[in-house]
Design a protein around this ligand. Structure first.
Ligand SMILES: [Zn+2]
Length: 661
């Protein structure tokens, strides 16, 4: 048997579909508290670490195995999959994520498990107390007062002369210094400290704001920034949250120092210049991302206002999400080495994946319910002449900068160019690596025709058969469709509304549907819908609770919601709200629709399960364990049969619907 069996198209056809993309109400801008917390916990807790605190895990290839803690057995059938952050027991068929494990193992409900895991992960669950809010207010005030003070020093005829001379040399005009509120810190150890304490601010808060540094022996404090040009860093709303400071000494090192991490200053979440760039980014429908403060300042001075800087770290998903509120088109003006580096490619791929997760249900012209991905982000790379950064290029010739921006290459073209230089395309290994590097980017392109174009281009370049590339794409997509891969830093991710949520919304609204669907599934020789069909822990818990509630005779949604934990209540409200906003399905079609979706959910679930088995089988193969291979083959067979049943049922469903239309 070969793996072509897995090529069943289970996932819904994902068609590029553009919905009101005004730019304002992008789906991920509606921050909600609860999903944030759950996601944050999942991000911070590694399933292998967690489970190994309960059961001794043994490495089995890429995965881990153990004797199942939930049933008695002599040979291990309990597996932990680090790449999906899930676990599964092939003996008793239990499985899930970190939450499911803790709920089962510690016998906790969802809320308790969340508390438990949040405490472990160091994630705060509760809303901030008033003292905390007050403290942040004072911190903001302190930073703003300090920024004003530094700025006054810069404009002081005598004291600021050296810094002003430096700015002039860098071609920064006084008006620009004014707009960015640039400043100067005197080359003294206690200047700012004296000024601020003179105003009544305590040293403690100045330390917390990162303005002072405590001596190591604890004997006192001193000013962090001395004899440097001060660049206030503001958040999106224009509030000062920290400072960058550049030495004025040509030999001085380090060239730049920044505020330390504080409750307000988190480099991974900030973009320098965004407060001033956001309107232009929106109107020009493009954000240009550069590396340095000076690049931004110079660009804005010359009227290129849609430019922001990434704060000297690799671009983070959070930063891109922020920008995505204003545009979905990003152009990166990076050092060619940086832009071509694997770290950048990986960061961009991660970002792209994160940005296009949202799937929205809609009814197509034939009356079929479909889920479509939102318009994806577009990335461009601005290539700079070697030896130039944006600051230098703009200063030398704004026209040349403009030209480079206009000729920015779509990311795919850029990387296709990069790989020709980077990989040895004459060796099979080089070819494979090149193909694997570019494929995820090609897959991110909306539009079949465009994708075809690039597949063709890649095939020609690497000199491999187009079909080989398509096969590789298929196998990569299968791997990608697993629940979630670490690491995915995404504190701000808004909850998704996909197939799971849709099914949940329908059965919550129409309790009788659930029973009808379960009967139909049984009639089709398919086990009825189960909690385990839901991959997201909240959906899983909600579905289980709703079923239990119906069994107890409580079918009133309000009464049910009242019994829920506040976090889950919020989740229900979110799901219902989204469901209300999606196109209505005529009642007579509803049962069919929901059955269809339930079957798809089962298909996805089986598919996930098959992939887990596939990994184990591959591992067995690698270590030459023929018995293991045979065992998994049996498992695969039975799962594939079940999957085939689901498929027949799905085909039947759509057949009936097609006739009905
Ligand atoms: Zn078990």
């Amino acid at each position: 048997m070969t793996y072509t069996l897995f090529c069943f198209k289970i996932r819904l056809p994902v068609i590029a579909y553009l919905r009101e993309f005004g730019g304002k109400n992008l789906p991920w801008t509606e921050g909600t508290g609860s999903m944030g917390v759950v996601d944050e916990v999942k991000e911070r807790i590694d399933i292998v670490d967690l489970i190994s605190q309960y059961v001794p895990l043994k490495k089995a290839g890429r995965n881990f195995k153990a004797l199942c803690p939930f049933h008695t057995e002599k040979t291990p059938s309990f597996y932990v999959f680090p790449h999906t952050q899930t676990w599964h027991c092939f003996g008793c068929n239990a499985g899930g994520d970190v939450f499911s494990f803790i709920m089962k193992k510690e016998n906790m409900d969802f809320r308790e498990a969340l508390r438990f895991l949040a405490a472990k992960a160091g994630v705060e669950l509760e809303k901030k107390p008033p003292e905390e809010i007050e403290r942040v207010k004072v911190l903001r005030e302190v930073l703003s007062v300090a920024a004003d003070y530094y700025h006054r020093l810069l404009t002081d005829p005598e004291k600021g002369a050296k810094a002003r001379a430096y700015l002039e040399k860098r071609g920064i005009r006084p008006e620009t210094a004014e707009v960015f509120r640039l400043g100067y810190a005197l080359d003294e150890w206690h200047n700012l400290e004296k000024y601020m304490t003179g105003l009544g601010y305590k040293r403690e808060i100045l330390l917390e704001a990162g303005l002072l540094i405590q001596r190591e022996d604890g004997s006192g404090v001193y000013d962090r920034f001395r004899g440097r040009l001060i660049i206030p860093i503001r958040d999106e709303q224009g509030r000062v949250v920290g400072f960058g400071a550049r030495t004025l000494d040509p030999e001085g090192a380090p060239k730049y120092i920044n505020s330390p991490a504080t409750p307000l200053f988190d480099k991974g979440r900030l973009l320098f210049g965004l407060d001033m760039a956001k309107e232009s980014i929106r109107t020009q429908d493009m954000a240009i991302i550069v590396e340095g403060y000076m690049d931004v300042i110079q660009a804005h001075q010359m009227g290129f206002r849609n430019v922001v800087a990434s704060m000297g770290t690799a671009l983070t998903e959070t930063q891109l999400r922020k920008l995505a509120r204003y545009t979905k088109r990003f152009a990166l003006a990076l050092d060619p080495d940086v832009a071509g580096s694997e770290a950048t490619i990986r960061a961009l791929q991660l970002a792209e994946e994160a940005l296009d997760k949202e799937a929205e249900p809609f009814i197509d012209p034939r009356g079929m319910l479909r889920f479509e991905e939102r318009l994806k982000a577009e990335f461009f790379i601005i290539s700079l002449p070697s030896g130039y950064d944006p600051d230098a290029l703009i200063r030398e010739s704004p026209e040349r900068w403009e030209e480079r921006v206009e000729n920015a290459l779509p990311m795919v073209d850029f990387y296709i160019n990069v790989i020709t230089q980077k990989f040895d395309l004459n060796s099979p290994r080089g070819k494979a690596e090149a193909v694997r590097t570019v494929i995820p980017i090609i897959q991110g392109i909306p539009g079949e025709i465009e994708r075809d174009h690039y597949i063709h281009k890649l095939a020609r370049l690497v000199k491999v058969d187009e079909m080989a590339i398509r096969r590789e794409m298929l196998s990569l997509r299968r791997r990608k469709s697993r629940p979630r891969a670490k690491p995915t830093p995404s504190k701000e991710k808004a909850p998704a509304f996909g197939l799971e949520e849709y099914v949940l919304a329908q059965v919550l609204q129409h309790p009788h549907l659930l029973e009808l669907i379960e009967d139909q599934m049984r009639a089709l020789a398919i086990p009825p819908l189960d909690e385990a069909d839901f991959a997201e822990v909240e959906n899983r818990v909600l579905f289980g609770a709703w079923k239990a509630s119906l069994d107890k005779g409580i079918s009133q949604l309000e009464a049910f919601v009242d019994t829920l934990d506040p976090l889950l209540q919020e989740r229900v409200h979110f799901i219902m709200e989204k469901a209300r906003n999606s196109p209505p399905v005529p009642l007579e079609k509803l049962e069919q629709e929901v059955l269809n979706c339930a079957l798809r959910l089962r298909g996805i679930n089986l598919h996930r399960y098959l992939q887990e088995i596939r990994f184990l089988q591959e591992e067995a193969q690698e270590r030459g364990d023929q018995e293991g291979v045979a065992h998994y083959l049996d498992l695969v067979k039975s799962q594939v049969e079940e999957l085939a049943t689901v498929h027949r049922a799905l085909a039947q469903c759509s057949g009936e619907k097609a006739r009905a239309v």
